[in-house]
Design a binder for this molecule. Sequence first.
Ligand SMILES: Cc1cc2nc3c(=O)[nH]c(=O)nc-3n(C[C@H](O)[C@H](O)[C@H](O)COP(=O)(O)OP(=O)(O)OC[C@H]3O[C@@H](n4cnc5c(N)ncnc54)[C@H](O)[C@@H]3O)c2cc1C
Length: 352
Amino acid sequence: MGRAQDNFDSDWEVTDVLICGCGPTGAMLSSQLGQAGVPNICLDRETGITTDPRGIALDEDGIRALQSVGIYDKIYSDIGKCMGNFNFVGGVHHDLHRPAFTKMDYATTEGGTGHVGFICHKQPALEKHLRNSLLATKSSQLRVQCTLVSITEDDEWVYAQYEDKNKKRRGIKAKFLVGADGKTGYVRKHYLEAKGVRMEHASLTTYEEDWVALNWKITLPTRESHPDFPLWERGYSSEEVYDLFFPQEFRFLCNPERPAVCGRFGLTNDRLWRFEFVVQQGEDGLHMASPEMIKKVVYPYLVHPGSRYGPGQAHHTEILKGWYQERKQQLEASLAATVENGAFTVHRYTVR
Ligand SMILES: Cc1cc2nc3c(=O)[nH]c(=O)nc-3n(C[C@H](O)[C@H](O)[C@H](O)COP(=O)(O)OP(=O)(O)OC[C@H]3O[C@@H](n4cnc5c(N)ncnc54)[C@H](O)[C@@H]3O)c2cc1C
C-alpha cells in the first residue's frame, strides 16, 4: 500500500484536532477549541512567538474573536489602540499634513460589525496573549520546535508526522487537521495544492505588487538630543514635535508616483511607526529596502519647511490681527447694545 501510516513503527498519539502552526490563527483556534473542551494539539516549528510586528490592523471581528477567548482586557491595555480615521491623501507631494480628500472613521462607537472600530496592534503582544489563553485551557496542548513533515488520511483519520526538536519522528492521528501554517506552509503547499485543492478566491485576485514595510521605534527628541532644533525656541515640547513629524492617524498616500501608507501602531507609549511603500516596476525589492533607498523614499515625508512656522514676529502679528478683528466685532456689538440699553434707561418716556 505504501501509506505513510503503515511505514511508521511507533504508536500513533490520538487527538480530536491537530493544528499545524501556532501563529495568531492557530493559537486562536486552539484556544477556542480548548474553551469548548475539544482535545487538540497545536504544533509549531519555532521556539517562540514572532518578534516581528508584521500585521498591524485588526478589524472588529478580530476584536470579537479575542473577546471570545477571554483576553478583552488586554486589547486596549497591551495589544493596541483604536485606529481612529483612515485619511486618504491625494497628490504628488511629501506632506503628511495635507488634508485628506476622504476619511473612513473607525472610531465609531457602533462599529461596522457591531463592535468599536479597528485597532492597530503589535502582533507579538497579540500572539503572547493568545498563547497564554491557549495554555490556560486543559484540552489544548502546544508543542514548539515541532515541524510537520507528512500527512496522509483515510475515511476516519488524518495521520500526521512531525519532527521534534531532537529530530525524532512522531505520529499523531486526529479526526481533523487544520493548516494554520501560513500561505507558504506545508499543509497548503505540500498537501492541499498537491491534491489540486486551491484557494479559489486568491487565484482570482490579480494584485501582485511588492511592498517594503518598515517598522520604526521612535525615541522622543529632546533639547539634549537635538540641541539646534529650531522648534524648541518656539516653545514646542518633545511630544508636540513627535506629533508633528509622526501624526496620530494613518495616512494612505495616494501618490501616483509611489503609493504609500504610514501611521502609528501599538499603544501610544510604544511609539511604533509603520511606513509601507510600493516597489515600482523595474525596481528591485531588496535594493528598495536598503537604508540608502529608504532614506530617499521616507525622509522627504519627515521634513517640515521652515515657512510653515513663519518668522516668529509675522506669525504673531497675523494671530493678533485675527484676534483684533474678532474682538472688534464683538466690541462693536456690545457697545451698540449698551447704547441701546442706555437709551431705554435714560430717556424719560411717559409710555413704556
Ligand atoms: C510586513 C507585513 C505586514 C503585514 N500587515 C498585516 C496587517 O496589517 N494586517 C493583517 O491582518 N495581517 C498583516 N500581515 C500578515 C500577518 O502577519 C499574517 O496575516 C498573520 O501572521 C497570519 O497569521 P497565521 O497564524 O495565519 O500565520 P503565520 O503568522 O504565518 O503563522 C504560521 C505559523 O506556522 C508555523 N509553521 C510553518 N510551517 C510549519 C510546519 N511545517 N510545522 C509546524 N509549524 C509550522 C510558523 O512557525 C508560524 O508560527 C502582514 C504581514 C507582513 C509580513
